[in-house]
Design a protein around this ligand. Structure first.
Ligand SMILES: Nc1ncnc2c1ncn2[C@@H]1O[C@H](COP(=O)(O)OP(=O)(O)OP(=O)(O)O)[C@@H](O)[C@H]1O
Length: 310
């Protein structure tokens, strides 16, 4: 029988989780996670603070062990030795040796990785005008992020797991680095799974979505299919109750107009202008619905009864 830790066919999904869960002392951070992210996708992991995004990425990187279920990455059990060269993980806290210089850090990347693209690593460092002699401990948060991304992309991974990679970067750096990430992914067919709170930064970039809320994966799949399965409705405020409650993700009134995000690909009855939501409309609708704990909105989607408090 094949050893499950070593079977890694080229077309294996980037990420496959089955019944995946992780519990800390305070409770479940992630539970019942069943997702598949196909190879070569740019997958956005989105959700409010404390939703379980970092936990999922860390489990995929093999840095955390599941409490229950399992997670495979590129066909092998997360954390398997053979994945070391194929997967680059940049956690939120961007761990680097503060006493090393930028040049020493990149040299370490070159020496420790069996495959290394010096040109890509140098390009990322130079774009940020990083002084090669500067100590890591003297760099700003955004500069350290740049060094981490140089290390991650320099090793030419098949999969990048990036936890809030752009959070510390200024808009120009964000734009540049996102462009570099996308071109590396396109040229090499590498997959990227990245968590982010910066919703506009994901638009036009991701083609797969995981929305995590309260430790549960609430939406998962091909982004176009998810967007096609939702409508953003605008209409007179008075007719809000005409919508089938079970389809309403979120609804709010702005002046005399009601705006509703509904889960349907069918025409909607009533005096509604209907359009396909943008990624930001979709995500904000779900995030607002989750944040809205008021009882005075009968149409809001109720929290998943099996959901776990994060
Ligand atoms: N080491 C830990 N010990 C105990 N609880 C933890 C630990 N790490 C995370 N948690 C808890 O697990 C839950 C999920 O945390 P996680 O960091 O995965 O969320 P997140 O979606 O990445 O949040 P953020 O967007 O704020 O980074 C939170 O309730 C958090 O408090």
């Amino acid at each position: 029988m094949d050893d499950p830790t070593t079977t890694a066919p080229a077309t294996a999904p980037a990420l496959e989780a089955e019944g995946l869960g992780r519990r800390y002392r305070g409770g479940w951070a992630l539970r019942g996670c069943d997702v598949t992210v196909p190879a070569g996708r740019i997958c956005g992991v989105v959700g409010p603070n404390g939703a379980g995004k970092s936990t999922l990425l860390s489990l995929a990187a093999g840095q955390l062990a599941p409490t229950e279920g399992r997670v495979r990455v590129l066909g092998a059990t997360a954390g398997a030795p053979e994945l070391r060269a194929r997967v680059a993980y940049v956690p939120q806290d961007k761990p680097l040796y503060p006493g090393l210089t930028v040049a020493e850090t990149l040299r370490m990347g070159r020496e420790l990785n069996p495959v290394w693209d010096e040109a890509v690593a140098q390009q990322i460092a130079e774009q940020g005008e990083l002084n090669p002699k500067a100590r890591i401990g003297s760099l700003s948060g955004g500069q350290r992020t740049r060094v981490c991304l140089a290390l991650a992309l320099g090793k030419l991974p098949d999969l990048l797991l990036l936890d809030e990679p752009m959070a510390d970067l200024d808009p120009l750096a964000r734009h540049q680095l996102m462009g570099t990430l996308m071109s590396v992914a396109a040229e090499r067919g590498a997959g990227i799974v990245l968590s982010s709170h910066i919703l506009p930064e994901l638009d036009g970039v991701i083609d797969h979505l995981l929305l995590v809320q309260r430790g549960r994966v609430r939406l998962a799949g091909d982004l176009e299919e998810i967007l096609d399965g939702h409508r953003l409705l605008t209409g007179p405020a008075a007719q809000g109750s005409s919508l089938a409650a079970e389809t309403v993700v979120e609804q709010r009134v702005s002046g005399r107009r009601a705006v509703a995000l509904v889960r349907t690909d069918e025409p909607v009855d009533g005096d509604w202008e209907s359009e396909r939501p943008s990624l930001e409309d979709l995500l904000l609708g779900y995030l607002r619905a989750s944040a809205d704990t008021s009882a005075d909105n009968p149409n809001r989607v109720k929290p998943d009864p099996n959901g776990v408090a994060a």
